[in-house]
Design a protein around this ligand. Structure first.
Ligand code: FPP
Length: 252
């Protein structure tokens, strides 16, 4: 089916996922299979990011969260880390205007303490320049770890208890959620992982408790609007029960 037909199908069905999260995987393999340096795969992956943002807006997605760099990725060779940070800066330089015109609000979530000051400045620029974008909220997860996100939330809560702003019995799911990087955003409805790996790799561990999973074999640089639309069509046929039984009303 063509991507325009898939999009028409999404619209006809209605209720697209509100929040889609993607583990963009396979850049290295894409490059290696072409005898190119791994960084060429990341560069090609940047183009796929553009395509998916456009597709998300067309499909009516409200929040798109992209896992761009994990805390574990700091262990890669410095040449690759520098290339990834350079690509992020290039992306910001090339895309900020377009994203603003497309009404996209960009947020960068993660522990930025290890990120160099030039890249941090670029991150600050894209986030301030896109404030107020109302078509799509784009979360770029940089230096992100799901476990660290949870530990940090617990640490924040503990600090509040020690300052007597909170007491231990105040802790509940909502209070914890409000202290995560994703505070105020609904949990992902759909998580897509490319390159055929069947794992979640420390990504949004709390937030994906009831998320529908879509594992696709396409390597990230080859991932297109059509792949996004197919995953959404498939999602629209899922029976989401959130632990209830079929037919019970589910709050959206
Ligand atoms: C995983 O592929 C991908 C990454 C670690 C980086 C993702 C970065 C991009 C898509 C490009 C830049 C994006 C932005 C938003 C500027 P891998 O290297 O683990 O691939 P492999 O498993 O085949 O080795």
């Amino acid at each position: 089916m063509k991507s325009s037909e898939l999009l028409a199908k999404i619209k006809l069905h209605g209720k697209p996922p509100r929040h889609v999260a993607i583990i963009m995987d396979g850049n290295g393999r894409w490059a290696e299979s072409r005898n190119l340096p791994r960084t060429a795969g990341h560069r090609a992956g940047m183009e796929a990011v553009r395509e998916v943002i456009e597709g998300s807006i067309e499909a009516g997605i409200e929040v798109l969260t992209l896992f761009a760099f994990s805390t574990e990725n700091w262990q890669r060779p410095s040449i690759e880390i520098n290339a990834l940070m350079g690509l992020l800066r290039l992306y910001i330089q090339k895309e900020t205007d377009r994203l603003r015109r497309m009404d996209v609000e960009v947020h960068v979530l993660g522990d930025l303490s290890n990120v160099d000051s030039t890249t941090r400045k670029a991150i600050k620029d894209i986030t301030t320049e896109t404030v107020g974008g109302s078509k799509l909220r784009l979360n770029l997860m940089i230096s992100y770890s799901g476990r660290k996100d949870l530990v940090e939330a617990c640490r924040l809560f503990a600090e509040e208890v020690s300052k007597q702003e909170m007491s231990p019995e105040d802790l509940n799911e909502e209070i914890l959620s409000e202290r995560l990087y994703t505070a105020g955003i609904s949990d992902p409805d759909l998580l897509i992982r490319t390159s055929g790996e069947f794992r979640v790799s420390n990504f949004m561990l709390w937030q994906i408790a009831y998320t529908e999973l879509s594992i696709v074999f396409t390597l990230w640089p080859d991932f297109s609007r059509k792949d996004l639309f197919s995953a959404i069509c498939d999602y629209q046929l899922r029976d989401r029960r959130f632990g209830r039984i079929a037919g019970q009303r589910i709050p959206r």
